[in-house]
Design a protein around this ligand. Structure first.
Ligand SMILES: *Cc1c(COP(=O)(O)O)cnc(C)c1O
Length: 381
C-alpha cells in the first residue's frame, strides 16, 4: 500500500475486540491473568498497552522498520536509545543537532563516560576522521536544527556499516512522509512526535524505530526497563495526529516554499536556510533522500539579536514559542530557546548567530503569514 493509505491503516486501524473505528484509550495499568501458566499478550501497561501498541505498529510500518516504540517525549526516545551504549564507548554526533540532544550528551551521558565527538556531518570525511577504536555509533540529524544543513544519509549508513557502527538519526523535521532513513540503511530512527507527527501542539511524545528485529528487541527491553513510556491518552492523540500527517505536511511544506521565496525579497533578511532553495549547498543531496524541503525555515536578520527579539515581539499571527510542526505557525529564537544550553562561543562557532530565527510554517494561508512577517519586520511609522 502507498504511504497515504498506510498513514490511516498501518498497524491497527480499529479496535480488534469491538471493531470501534478508533483504537480506544486503554486506560489501565494491569490486565487480568486467569491462567498464570499461559503467557498473554498484555500483563502490565509499562511493558505493553494496546493503545500504545497500535501507535508502535503504525510507526514501525511507516518508517519501514521491524520494531516501533513510543516514549514519553522525544528526549525519552533519544535517551533510551543512548542506553544501548556503555561507559567508555564513543559516539560521533552532528554538531548542529537538537539542543536537548546536545545537552543530554554533554551532561548526563558525559557523567556516564559516554564519549562524544561533534563534527560537521555534512562532510563524510570529517565523520570518518573522528572514528576511534571505541566508536560505536554515528548520530545525525538532517535537515539539521536550526541551520537546515544536509547530511548524506546513504553515505553515513555505508560508512557506519563498513565499521560495524550503529547509524542513528533524528527524523523529526521530515517525518516518514518525506524521508525514510531506514530504507537508506540506517539502524535506528528517533522522533519527537510532539512536532509534525502529533501536529497540533497538544501532546509531548517520542518514537523510536529499529530496522531489524534483534536491535528492536534490545530497545524494547530498554524501554521496559527504563520505563519512559508514552501513556495511553497521549498514544491515542499521537495516533489521531498521524492520520492527517500526510495532508498537513504537504500543505505546510507548500506554504513554506512560498514563504522562503518571499523572504528572499526582504532587505531585512541577511540569509535564508531552507533545503530546496537553489542556493542551498545541500539541495541536491536532500532531494535525493527526501521528497521536499519540509516546513521549517530559518533565517538570519541583518539587524542581529535586537532585530530578532523585536520580530518575535511584533508578530501577531505566529506563535512566538519553542517547538515546531504544529498546525499553527511558530516563530522561535534558537539562541535563547532551543539552543540556550549551548555556550555562546560554541553556538557562534556553529553559525547559530544572534540574528537567527526559526519559523515552523503551519496551515494558515501563506499570504497572511507573509503579511504578518512584513508588518513585524518593518513596522509602519
Ligand atoms: C523537539 C525535538 C526533540 C525533543 O523532543 P521532545 O518531544 O521535546 O522531548 C528532539 N529532536 C528534535 C529535532 C526536536 O525538534
Amino acid at each position: 500500500m502507498k504511504l497515504a493509505t498506510r498513514l490511516l491503516h498501518a498497524g491497527r486501524d480499529r479496535d480488534p475486540y469491538t471493531g470501534a473505528s478508533s483504537v480506544p484509550i486503554y486506560q489501565c495499568s494491569t490486565f487480568a491473568q486467569k491462567d498464570v501458566e499461559q503467557r498473554q499478550a498484555y500483563d502490565y501497561s509499562r511493558s505493553d498497552n494496546p493503545t500504545r501498541e497500535a501507535l508502535e505498529l503504525a510507526i514501525a510500518d511507516l518508517e519501514s522498520g521491524a520494531v516501533g516504540l513510543a516514549f514519553a517525549s522525544g528526549m525519552a526516545a533519544t535517551s533510551t536509545v543512548l542506553l544501548l551504549f556503555k561507559p567508555g564507548d564513543h559516539i560521533i554526533a552532528g554538531e548542529d543537532i537538537y539542543g536537548g540532544t546536545y545537552r543530554v550528551l554533554t551532561t548526563v551521558f558525559k557523567q556516564w563516560q559516554l564519549d562524544v565527538t561533534f563534527v560537521d556531518a555534512t562532510d563524510i570525511e570529517k565523520i570518518r576522521a573522528a572514528i576511534r577504536p571505541a566508536t560505536r555509533a554515528i548520530f545525525v540529524e538532517t535537515p539539521s536544527n536550526p541551520l537546515l544543513k544536509i547530511t548524506d544519509l546513504a553515505a553515513v549508513a555505508r560508512l557506519a556499516h563498513e565499521l560495524n557502527l550503529l547509524a542513528i538519526t533524528d527524523n523529526t523535521f521530515m517525518t516518514p512522509v518525506a524521508q525514510r532513513p531506514l530504507e537508506l540503511g540506517f539502524d535506528i530512527v528517533v522522533h519527537s512526535a510532539t512536532k509534525f507527527i502529533s501536529g497540533h501542539s497538544d501532546v509531548v511524545a517520542g518514537l523510536a524505530v529499529a530496522r531489524d528485529a534483534a536491535l528492536g528487541k534490545r530497545l524494547k527491553s530498554l524501554q521496559n526497563n527504563f520505563g519512559a513510556i508514552l501513556g495511553p491518552q497521549d498514544s491515542w492523540l499521537t495516533l489521531r495526529g498521524l492520520k492527517t500527517l500526510g495532508v498537513r505536511f504537504a500543505a505546510q511544506q507548500q506554504t513554506a516554499e512560498r514563504v522562503a521565496s518571499w523572504l528572499q525579497t526582504c532587505a531585512e533578511v541577511k540569509q535564508i536556510f531552507y533545503p530546496t532553495l537553489p542556493a542551498h549547498p545541500g539541495r541536491e543531496i536532500h532531494l535525493r533522500q527526501a521528497s521536499g524541503g519540509g516546513a521549517v525555515i530559518s533565517f538570519e536578520l541583518a539587524g542581529g539579536g535586537a532585530a530578532a527579539k523585536a520580530l518575535l515581539k511584533r508578530v501577531e499571527l505566529m506563535l512566538p514559542a519553542v517547538s515546531l510542526g504544529g498546525v499553527e505557525s511558530i516563530l522561535s529564537y534558537p539562541p535563547m530557546m532551543s539552543h540556550a544550553a549551548m555556550p555562546p562561543a560554541e553556538r557562534h562557532a556553529r553559525g547559530i548567530n544572534d540574528g537567527l530565527v526559526r519559523l515552523s510554517v503551519g496551515l494558515e494561508d501563506g499570504d497572511d503569514l507573509t503579511a504578518d512577517l512584513a508588518q513585524a519586520l518593518a513596522p509602519a511609522g
